[in-house]
Design a protein around this ligand. Structure first.
Ligand SMILES: *Cc1c(COP(=O)(O)O)cnc(C)c1O
Length: 362
C-alpha cells in the first residue's frame, strides 16, 4: 500500500530517543510497580483535563469497569441497574457495564455527530448511568438535566486533548492503546474525576481493593499501570496538542479537497477543539461501502471500518436482548462508515492525494 492506514513504528519515530531514555530510567530505578512515573502521569492528566483526580490503570476497558464497580461499592449503583450506551461504539463500552453487573440498554447515535442522541434516549425507572462516548474524537455535550438526574461516565478513550475531554460528566475513562492519539507501547488507561470519594475507591479497586498493604476494603482487582508505560506516556503527553493539531490539519485537507456526491463527509465542529480526529470517518451510502474500499485499495489507499457491527447485534449480546430489537440509525451508520488514514504516517500531501483518488470514485 502506498498509503497505509497507520504505521505505529513511524508514528513513534519523533519520540524514539526520549522513549529509549525513559525505558532506561525505569530499568535503572528498580521500581517496576507504581512510583514516581505513575504519580507524575496522574498529575499531568489532572492538568490536562482540569479534573482534581486522575488514576492510572491497566487499560481503557478497566478504566470504565473500575468506575462502575466503584460506584457500586460506594452504594451509588446496585446490581441490575441500567446503563445506557450508544450501540455504534467500540465493544469495550458495553463489556465494562456488563462486567460490573449492570444491565445494558443501547441507544441511537445522532447521524451528524455519530455521538449519542440525547433526544432519543428512553430512560427507564432503573436507568442510573449514561455513558456518552466521544466517538472518533468528537466531543459529546451533556445536557444539564441528564447530568443532574444520572451518573455520567464519559468514554473519552478516543478524545484525549479535546476541549472538556475527561470532565464533561462525573467520571471519564481514557485509553493509551498504541493506536490512540496518545499511545503507550502496550496497554494503559486512566480514570479522571473531580469526586474524591470515587477517585479513592478506584485507586483501591485497581490494587486488590487496598489502599494500605494487607488491608482490603473491597474485593478488588489488579488493574495497575506499569511504570514503564507511564514513563512512555509522560514522554508523549506533553505533545498531545501538536499531535491533535496535525490530525486537525489533515481533516481540514480532506474536508476541503473531497468533492464527490457518492460520499458524505463528517461534519466539521464549530470550534476546532471539539474534535481531535482520532478517526476521519466518511459515510458511503447506497450499499456501496465495500465497493468504495476495494476502489481505494486498488489505488493504494488502506482504509478501516469503525465499527462494522453495532454492539446490540454482536453474537455475545444478541441472546441477552429482546428479540427483534432494532436500532436503525446505528445499524445504517455501521453499514456506511469508512475511516481514512489520518495518523502520523499520513502527510498533508498524502491527504490531498487520497482526496483526489476519492474524487474519482463514481
Ligand atoms: C480504545 C477504546 C476503549 C478501550 O481501550 P483499551 O485500552 O483498548 O481497553 C474503550 N472505548 C473506546 C471508545 C475506545 O476507543
Amino acid at each position: 500500500m502506498k498509503y497505509p492506514f497507520l504505521e505505529l513504528g513511524s508514528a513513534n519515530e519523533p519520540y524514539n530517543d526520549a522513549l529509549t531514555q525513559a525505558a532506561a530510567r525505569v530499568i535503572a530505578s528498580g521500581r517496576y510497580i507504581g512510583g514516581a512515573e505513575v504519580e507524575t502521569l496522574e498529575r499531568n492528566l489532572c492538568s490536562l483535563t482540569g479534573c482534581s483526580h486522575a488514576v492510572a490503570v491497566s487499560n481503557g476497558l478497566d478504566a470504565l469497569r473500575l468506575v462502575l464497580t466503584a460506584w457500586r461499592e460506594l452504594g451509588m449503583l446496585r446490581e441490575g441497574d441500567e446503563v445506557i450506551i450508544p450501540s455504534n461504539s467500540f465493544i469495550a463500552s458495553a463489556l465494562a457495564a456488563d462486567q460490573a453487573g449492570l444491565k445494558l440498554k443501547f441507544a441511537e447515535p445522532d447521524p451528524q455527530t455519530h455521538n449519542i442522541d440525547w433526544d432519543r434516549i428512553q430512560p427507564s425507572g432503573r436507568t442510573r448511568v449514561i455513558m456518552p462516548v466521544d466517538l472518533y474524537g468528537r466531543m459529546c455535550s451533556v445536557p444539564e438535566r441528564f447530568r443532574r438526574d444520572f451518573l455520567i461516565l464519559e468514554d473519552a478513550c478516543q478524545a484525549i486533548g479535546a476541549t472538556g475531554a475527561g470532565a464533561i460528566g462525573h467520571a471519564a475513562a481514557f485509553s493509551f492503546y498504541p493506536t490512540k492519539n496518545v499511545g503507550a507501547l502496550g496497554d494503559a488507561g486512566a480514570v479522571t474525576t473531580s469526586d474524591p470519594a470515587l477517585a479513592e475507591a478506584v485507586r483501591a479497586l485497581r490494587n486488590y481493593g487496598s489502599l494500605r498493604q494487607y488491608e482490603n476494603i473491597y474485593r478488588g482487582l489488579n488493574c495497575r499501570m506499569d511504570p514503564i508505560q507511564a514513563a512512555f506516556i509522560n514522554v508523549k503527553l506533553p505533545h498531545v496538542d501538536e499531535e491533535n493539531a496535525l490530525r486537525r490539519s489533515k481533516a481540514s485537507v480532506y474536508d476541503r479537497e473531497i468533492v464527490n456526491p457518492a460520499v458524505i463527509k463528517p461534519e466539521m465542529p464549530s470550534e476546532p477543539g471539539q474534535h481531535v480526529w482520532h478517526q476521519y470517518v466518511l459515510r458511503i451510502p447506497g450499499g456501496r461501502r465495500d465497493e468504495f474500499r476495494r476502489f481505494m485499495a486498488d489505488n493504494g489507499v488502506e482504509t478501516a471500518v469503525h465499527y462494522p457491527t453495532p454492539i446490540h447485534l454482536q453474537p455475545c449480546y444478541k441472546s441477552l436482548l429482546s428479540p427483534g430489537l432494532s436500532l436503525p440509525i446505528a445499524e445504517t451508520l455501521c453499514s456506511e462508515v469508512v475511516s481514512l488514514p489520518i495518523g502520523r504516517s499520513t502527510s498533508l500531501a498524502d491527504a490531498a492525494e487520497i482526496s483526489q483518488i476519492i474524487n474519482r470514485f463514481n
